[in-house]
Design a protein around this ligand. Structure first.
Ligand SMILES: Cc1ncc(COP(=O)(O)O)c(C=O)c1O
Length: 382
């Protein structure tokens, strides 16, 4: 059979997680929390499953959950959204991103993707018949190189995919980035997919700037979010998409034939759980402590580190120590030091290797401390 995605194989996350498992290594590779969710949330799910909330939910999400999301967006980003026409509950941010891309991209359309990038964007663009235009982020600090983005725009550009807080770098967009993007798409027929799955994980008092909070950008944007990241339940695959009514209309046409609707008891449970804003407002300080613990430990090594601004990832540069490929380093670290990480080259379509590795610090403190102890021997790998 002629593959529609010939270049797609097993993702690096699967490869590294399997290697970590086989080697008995601490898995700081794949981005999922190593601790459980709040028992209150788990009890709510049990309650709703046992009370008979187990049939299909409405296609766009249960009304009270969409209403709760509208309230949350007003509180967090000062934006009023219509819960019936602008909020859709979906089966994870990956589904939101896929449905948004499928809704707007026609064969031959160009889509700008800033690299390094999360791996689900490009296959979705390709399946829609679109052409991915890769634009590298600044290699020093992963900020957006707006001159390069401007040069990548043509009359064929239909969409830009952005991600803040950014995986893998942890870069968080500043006001300046919002201004540059709004100047760029103004008066152009260009839409935006904004992947904001780490919206509640930013550090050092840095706010997350959601595109829904930007009066101009929100008119052209699909904001894609994930409860999995916020509430330590990545296995639930439940998220949302916020977009203006005309975009939501097209989005839902795709969503209803990708999954139709999203797990009913989870929607009821999360709706109740979101009643208390402190449940998501406490997340930054929870993760900031982990970021600091892990960073302080890593600072004892010879790796070059910038404190991550957001997300639960910390990147580290080692090019001044060795010319070893990042993939090989990640493999040897897993096998010899029993700590797994992700080589950042995996986030580039051409596997550009800037000698950077990514660690996930969404783990129990004890596990992070043990990983740091093992990384004391890091120089043996160079
Ligand atoms: C940047 C980014 N976008 C999207 C996702 C997927 O989110 P979900 O699990 O809700 O589909 C991830 C998960 O790792 C991610 O890191």
């Amino acid at each position: 059979m002629r593959s529609k995605l010939p270049q797609v194989g097993t993702t690096i996350f699967t490869v590294m997680s399997k290697m970590a498992h086989d080697e008995g290594a601490i898995n700081l590779s794949q981005g999922y929390p190593g601790f459980g969710a709040d028992p209150v949330l788990l009890d709510l799910v049990a309650h709703y499953t046992k009370s008979g909330y187990n049939q299909y939910a409405p296609m766009s999400g249960i009304p009270q959950f969409r209403q709760r999301m509208a309230e949350k967006i007003l509180r967090c980003y000062g934006a009023e959204v219509n819960p019936d026409e602008e909020v859709t509950i979906v089966s994870g941010a990956t589904e939101a991103i896929f449905s948004a891309i499928t809704a707007v991209v026609h064969p031959g359309d160009e889509v700008v993707v800033l690299e390094p990038a999360y791996d689900s964007y490009e296959p979705a663009i390709q399946l829609a018949g679109g052409i991915t235009i890769h634009v590298p982020l600044d290699s020093k600090d992963f900020s957006v190189d707006w001159e390069r983005v401007k040069h990548a725009i043509t009359y064929k550009t239909k969409l830009i995919v952005i991600n803040t807080p950014h995986n893998p770098s942890g870069y968080v967009w500043a006001e300046q980035d919002m201004k540059q993007l709004s100047d760029l798409v103004r008066d152009r027929n260009i839409y935006v997919v904004s992947d904001e799955v780490y919206e509640h994980i930013t550090f050092d008092q840095r706010p997350h700037l959601s595109l829904v909070g930007h009066p101009e950008l929100r008119k052209k944007t699909f904001v894609c979010g994930s409860f999995g990241k916020t509430f330590h339940v990545t296995g639930w695959k439940i998220g949302y998409c916020i977009a203006p009514p005309e975009l939501t209309k097209e989005f839902r046409k795709v969503h209803q034939f990708v999954t139709f609707s999203t797990v009913t008891p989870l929607q009821f449970a999360l709706c109740d759980y979101l009643e208390k804003p402190e449940r998501y407002e406490s997340i930054p300080s929870f993760y900031e402590k982990k970021r600091d613990l892990f960073l302080q430990g890593l600072q004892k090594t010879d790796l070059i580190l910038e404190p991550t601004q957001g997300s639960f990832f910390q990147t580290a540069r080692y090019g001044h120590l060795s010319k070893i490929e990042d993939k090989e380093l990640a493999e040897r670290m897993t096998k010899e030091l029993k700590v797994a990480c992700i080589p950042v080259s995996a986030f580039y379509h051409d596997h550009q290797d800037d000698k950077i590795i990514r660690f996930c610090f969404a783990k129990e403190d004890q596990e992070l401390e043990e990983a740091l102890k093992r990384l004391d021997r890091l120089n043996e790998l160079f």
